[in-house]
Design a protein. Sequence first.
Length: 115
Amino acid sequence: MCEIAVTPATGAIAVEKYTIAVDPGIVVNPMQLKRQVEGGAVMGISHALLEEAAFDQSGITSRDWNTYPILKMADVPEIKVVLLNRPEVGRYGGGSEAAERPSEKRSRKLTYWRS
């Protein structure tokens, strides 16, 4: 679940709080899995709201990483990860990059609504 704020005058979107439930099956290292999910969430939010390779008729105009827009640590929202440890499922490894894709898709929808 993502709580967002939209600035009506500019259409700017900010993610304020992001709660993610992960059902990976057997959880071996809960702290590491939470870190993995948090990192994926930050990457997904950054990609959806900020990241863009600029280009014009001549080609790509983005030339360096210093000016490439990414989410800054000060702008990372509160992230809560809920792990559903279900050993009865009998499988490992369901938590890899669990949060990146959903946050990107949801944020793209928000960008579409803003247009």
